[in-house]
Design a protein around this ligand. Structure first.
Ligand SMILES: *Cc1c(COP(=O)(O)O)cnc(C)c1O
Length: 350
């Protein structure tokens, strides 16, 4: 049973009609050729970055395409996945008219972007196990619901969203289903990118900010049907991925073994930390996690946050999120950092 969704009918009318900006580098594409480039008002004197970057990031996308086994025309890159998410809002949601569904407790950026784009954010709380409530989602959706955001593994709770839940949503939801996989490389689960051909309404976002250790270069990745990617391509800023970012991402992709090793080390450290903090009696609950962080429920989050801060450790208090009263989110650090954290937690353990 394939979701017979018509993507064209979901696009904002002005976006569907608009003619995209055509940059100099769009019009003459053979970027590496030995031509004299007098077409983009660039400065001819060499600084390594005096030329505009490739607006389609072809080299980088070809590497990704091979690694992930996804055609280049099903990949879009953004200045962080935050830009990718914003582009999705702008391509599909008519301000003041359309709405989206988010599933708190979850990543705060979906709500911020909804606000920014003047799009109603309909929140359907996850259940006590941090899983979506399907009938509540279908009751909340209406003809103007364009997007459902699912974060898996979820931030700040750390758990994966059950794949049978996601499957049902992909089959029945009458809009786009965005699965934010920022933490997928830490999880014991397959990415949904392998199912793109089955679900025309599926968008998967990933990022180099977490498992790849490149938060500073700002590179987010969006995988979807060629149809959806072409809409996003049409509205993206022409030169949204700068040359330095493209170069360092290409460089980092040469070191896949090192990246995998670091991921394994973070996972091993997470296990060690989880084991060590069982003995800390002010920690009331440790939530199960498939990400590079843990969420814990403590007796008094504000107090414990302040104590850790006093001891030089900054964690994130997440108590303001629904179902997360008195919780702290702790990122897995290096071995030394985690040992320091464990020691401090033990001294506070009175
Ligand atoms: C960290 C994070 C991101 C990453 O965003 P970038 O803009 O790519 O750095 C995206 N989604 C979630 C849920 C995150 O926690």
């Amino acid at each position: 049973m394939k979701n017979k969704i018509d993507i064209q009918s979901l696009i904002r009318p002005n976006v569907a009609k608009m003619i995209p900006y055509s940059s100099a580098r769009d019009e003459f594409k053979d970027f590496d050729s030995e031509m004299i480039f007098l077409d983009a008002n660039e400065n001819p004197f060499e600084t390594n970055v005096n030329r505009y970057p490739d607006p389609q990031q072809r080299k980088l996308k070809e590497i990704l395409s091979k690694q992930k086994n996804i055609p280049v025309n099903q990949i879009l890159l953004g200045n962080g996945s935050d830009e990718v998410l914003d582009l999705i809002f702008r391509a599909f949601c008519e301000p003041t008219k359309d709405n989206v569904i988010t599933l708190p407790p979850t990543y705060g950026m979906y709500g911020v972007l909804a606000n920014l784009n003047d799009v109603e954010n309909r929140e359907v709380l996850l259940d006590a196990d941090f899983q979506p409530v399907l009938d509540e989602i279908s009751r909340t959706a209406d003809a103007r619901t364009k997007i459902l955001f699912i974060c898996s593994p979820n931030n700040p709770t750390g758990n994966l969203i059950a794949s049978d839940c996601i499957l049902k949503l992909l089959k029945t939801f009458n809009g786009l289903v965005v699965i934010d996989e920022a933490y997928i490389d830490f999880a014991n689960a397959e990415s949904w990118i392998s199912r793109l051909d089955e679900f025309p309404n599926l968008i998967v976002t990933q990022t180099l900010s977490k498992a790849y250790g490149l938060a500073g270069i700002r590179l987010g990745i969006c995988y979807a049907s060629a149809e959806i990617i072409s809409v996003l391509n049409k509205i993206k800023p022409p030169y949204n991925i700068n040359i330095l970012t493209q170069q360092s991402a290409i460089g980092q992709f040469q070191h896949t073994e090192r990246i995998k090793k670091n991921i394994r080390s973070i996972i091993a450290e997470k296990k060690r930390l989880l084991k060590a903090i069982v003995q800390v009696n002010f920690i009331e609950k440790i939530f199960s996690t498939e990400a590079n962080f843990i969420l814990i429920k403590v007796d008094d989050a504000e107090k414990r946050y302040a104590q850790l801060l006093k001891n030089g450790i900054v964690v994130r208090e997440r108590s303001s999120q629904p179902r997360c009263e008195n919780t702290l989110r702790i990122t897995i650090g290096t071995k030394t950092e985690n040992t320091e954290l464990i020691n401090i937690l033990k001294t506070l353990n009175k």
